[in-house]
Design a protein around this ligand. Structure first.
Ligand code: ADP
Length: 173
């Protein structure tokens, strides 16, 4: 069985991530989305909330996709999941330097696991979680960049830092 891992912070998951997930899921038998703790980024949503959000938004993909939290070296996580592929999305030149270094070092850590890069639909390429949060904080419309439930989560969190997620008990949540 071909297994891929797609790691990221997903704070929050955007339509850009969702597009990469859908494309990636077609390339492997099982795509495991690894939601990383990443405390250095001071996330808007806690780790368990980000996992719940990604589960909720990918519920329609069924068993083809799994969502797990991870707090380890990416290569160790990929090995533990039995993956042959690490999936990353590439947006622009700005992503390239970091991704190039990471893929190169990961090759040295385990040459049997390949990093595969995908590009999102052209309209979704500029989307970044950081900008979605910034736009929301300044009262802009984020509905073109995230799903309606993620938009509701972000707006609620901007209004009240303790606001709970919307509808986390939805199927797959
Ligand atoms: P990280 O903290 O690892 O950058 P992110 O959640 O921001 O995690 O992103 C996870 C992966 O998804 C990265 O490979 C990133 O380049 C990719 N990605 C994010 N947004 C987009 C997008 N709009 N189009 C294509 N790839 C994207």
């Amino acid at each position: 069985m071909r297994i891929g891992v797609y790691p990221g912070t997903f704070d929050p998951v955007t339509l850009g991530h969702m597009d990469i997930i859908r494309r990636g899921a077609k390339l492997v038998d099982k795509l495991i989305i690894g939601v990383s703790t990443n405390p250095a980024k001071s996330p808007m949503f806690a780790l368990d909330e980000r996992v719940a959000q990604v589960r909720r938004e990918t519920a329609d993909l069924g068993d083809a996709v799994g969502v797990v939290a991870f707090d380890a070296l990416l290569m160790k996580f990929a090995e533990a999941e039995g993956a042959q592929i690490i999936l990353r999305g590439l947006r622009a030149v700005s992503d390239f330097e970091y991704e190039y270094q990471m893929a190169g070092m990961n090759q040295q850590l385990n040459a049997r696991i390949e990093t595969v890069f995908l590009m999102a639909d052209v309209a979704l390429q500029p989307i970044a979680s950081r900008l979605v949060k910034e736009i929301a904080v300044y009262g802009g419309d984020i509905r073109k960049f995230v799903t309606p439930r993620i938009a509701a989560d972000v707006l609620a969190r901007v209004a009240d830092p303790r606001a709970p997620l919307t509808d986390v008990t939805a199927p797959g949540g």
